[in-house]
Unconditional design. Sequence first.
Length: 317
Amino acid sequence: MLDPVYYAVSAVMWCWHQLFGLLLGPSSGVAWALSVVFLVLTLRALLIRPFIAQVRSARAMRVIAPQLTELRKLYADDRPRLMKETKALQSAHGVNLMGGCLPALLQLPVFLGLLHVLRYFNRPGLTFEQNAALPNYVFGPDQVRSFLEARLFGAPLSAYLSMPQQLLDSFGGHVERFDVAVVALPLMLVAAVATHFSARHSAQQQPPDSPTASAMRFTPWIFPLGALVGGLFFPFPIAILIYWLTNNAWTLVQQRIVFSRLPAIPLAPAPLVTAVPTPALVPADPPATPTVTPAGGGGTGKRKRHASGHRPSRRRR
């Protein structure tokens, strides 16, 4: 089902490894680590426009937050009407809630795809020679052997702290768990710190009285646990920690640049839809009685005087 994702992720990694392998050597751990880093950069570069749209939508939400509060008070007992008026107000100001989730939704398949591809370099139950003879999606057997032999400061890129020693020894040589910990633990801590600051910066951009703000209040402390707990107890390889660190470092830098340079959106508050009061019944004035004017003269038969006191002369027929 996710094979297209696995092929796409491995293809981007393959392209970048071809470039850095020419400079640093095909079995260089730094070259393979840079291929993971630039996989993240490629994805995030494609998501710049959706991210800017997300920021604009969030700023629009801040502008209409007081009006949403008034709508909730006005239609507290009419849930369907509240949903209708809320959607109309958000649409009038260009708020797209699904668009705000698009960057995260697109990153999740890439994360899962990279995790799957990394684990398939060193399949459980196979020896080094058996794994090196099997392709891994776009990677041929030569690239698989190159990846298994690569070391980043003495640790294989697909190794993780809780990996069984049998799997550690199937990377083409004996690998000490201490070597994995020396690389994994600093990456976990730095990734957790970067996640904390990026989540806190995102939470600060939410309207203070919105439901999203209350939900994101604890994310700066919950999200970093993913890097710490995942790196300690789950099969998160070192390359995944590199992915996590690069992704959150990009997010933090991108937020600061976009939020500081993107001009504020001047939005005029839209009028609220309020209940129309029923007008009170006011008795109408009786119709004026028409005055019958006799033919050939005024109603009283008297001619009006000028301001000087003289009567106007009759027009001769």
